[in-house]
Design a binder for this molecule. Structure first.
Ligand code: NAP
Length: 400
């Protein structure tokens, strides 16, 4: 019989047989979830020798939920994830323009999963456009709730947009072209600081050397500039004895094992990650910057097929594949399950089952080195054999 995971005094309390809800996802979701689940069970079995086991609980979202219940995101799903605290999901379809809002965004906002965590590292043998892709090894903490993704947006010509344009002109003399669409970019000290705190806590726990705040504060002084200012402030207030600013080290102060706090303007950061990737370790960024940076960084080490992600709040977490549903390959047992598999490794690491996480990463690394890989990797790797999603999973299990 499985038991629920709990969260007490800021820590996960994980039973030996935790119940973990999963959303298999749309499109290729079922293909990659089937493969991932086999890998997870094998890794848990190997690491814990039968003493621990996950009881997977399917919850519905996306097209499958709509077909069965008439709702894209049934209340029962949210209730179940809330009750069990930690879940894992495959990709979900997001209809573009109008209709329903992104299910991913809804999940994040409802459970207040304010940190989107994206580790980006290189796996030996993966084709990459870079000469030395192994120099990039970063963990990106992206604020997940605020910024231009907060969902406060009004269509061009709508009453709301016109009223806001009128109000801003009348009250503050702000000039906005009549008939414009309007989006709001809220960024709070509270929201920014709790994200930066998570990034610093992670850097300390994982023995990482620096945390870089990425912002466009040179242009957007109060929102993005605020993020920078609040980030440094909370580092000093809450971790004053464990962090040091880059400025201070430049002025001759010794690091003494402290985490170095630095900041970069967003556009410079994109260049830096390409040119001097090894100077960066943990990155904390507002929502939009973090989103763009995560995919760009993932591309440097060989693409999105292997990029995992986790959305983490206080006592709730949902881990997910970072790519979309790749609908043209649905049901073909073809695509790379690596992203959702590594998301699972992140989940086990977050829950303290580091032995399981390590087994999964070891298995995936071994499968890639054996060059029996899915089409996306095979088409770029010399001497590789293309295998199906399920054969790739079997290869991972062999190396677990
Ligand atoms: P996509 O599904 O990520 O697919 C784009 C391309 O990326 C695919 O055609 C394929 O490239 C490659 N790809 C994606 N997943 C792969 C995998 N597991 N293994 C190997 N290659 C993979 O992006 P999209 O076509 O823009 O979006 C499709 C749907 O997914 C949309 O409804 C979108 O809203 C949704 N979406 C969901 C999430 C999420 O749930 N987190 C994220 C992004 C998008 P090739 O064609 O070169 O083979």
């Amino acid at each position: 019989m499985g038991e629920r995971i709990d969260f007490r005094d800021g820590r996960w309390v994980v039973p030996d047989h935790p119940i973990i809800p999963f959303i298999e996802g749309d499109g290729t979701g079922p293909d990659i979830w089937r493969a991932a689940r086999r890998v997870f069970d094998a890794a848990v079995d190997k690491a814990a020798r039968g003493k621990r086991r996950v009881e997977w609980l399917e919850v519905l979202a996306g097209e499958k939920a709509f077909k069965q219940t008439g709702s894209w995101l049934p209340d029962a799903t949210l209730d179940s994830i809330r009750a069990h605290r930690v879940a894992i999901k495959g990709p979900l379809t997001t209809p573009v323009g109008g209709g329903i809002r992104s299910l991913n965004v809804t999940l994040r906002q409802l459970l207040d999963l304010y940190a989107c965590i994206r580790p980006v590292r290189y796996f030996e043998g993966v084709p990459s456009p870079m000469r030395e892709p192994q120099r990039l090894d970063v963990v990106i903490f992206r604020e997940n709730i605020e910024d231009v993704y907060s969902g406060v947006e009004y269509r061009a010509g709508s009453g709301e947009a016109d009223a806001l344009i009128g109000f801003l002109a009348e009250r503050f003399g702000a000039k906005i072209r009549p008939g414009s669409a309007i989006g709001i970019k809220p960024m709070s000290k509270f929201g920014s600081q709790r994200l930066v705190v998570k990034a610093i806590q992670y850097a300390l726990r994982a023995g990482r050397r620096s945390v870089t705040l990425v912002h466009k504060g040179n242009i957007m002084k109060f929102t993005e500039g605020g993020f920078r200012e609040w980030g440094y402030e909370v580092a000093k207030e809450r971790f004053g004895d464990k962090t040091i600013t880059e400025d201070e080290t430049g002025k001759g102060k010794a690091e003494n094992g402290k985490v170095i706090m630095k900041d970069r303007i967003t556009d410079a950061m994109f260049a830096q990650l390409v040119l001097r990737p090894d100077e960066y370790s943990v990155i904390a960024a507002p929502n939009l910057n973090g989103d763009l940076l995560s995919d760009a960084a993932a591309a440097q080490v060989g693409g999105l097929g292997l990029a995992p992600g986790g959305n983490v709040g206080d006592g709730y977490a949902v881990f997910e594949a970072t790519h979309g549903t790749a609908p043209k390959y649905a049901g073909l047992d073809k695509v790379n399950p690596g992203s959702v598999i590594l998301s699972g490794a992140m989940m086990f690491e977050e829950l303290g089952w580091t032995d399981v996480a390590e087994a999964i990463v070891r298995g995936l690394g071994g499968a890639i080195r054996s060059r029996r890989v899915t089409y996306d990797l095979a088409r770029q790797m010399a001497g590789a054999t293309e295998v199906s999603t399920s054969q790739f999973a079997a290869g991972i299990i062999e190396h677990v």
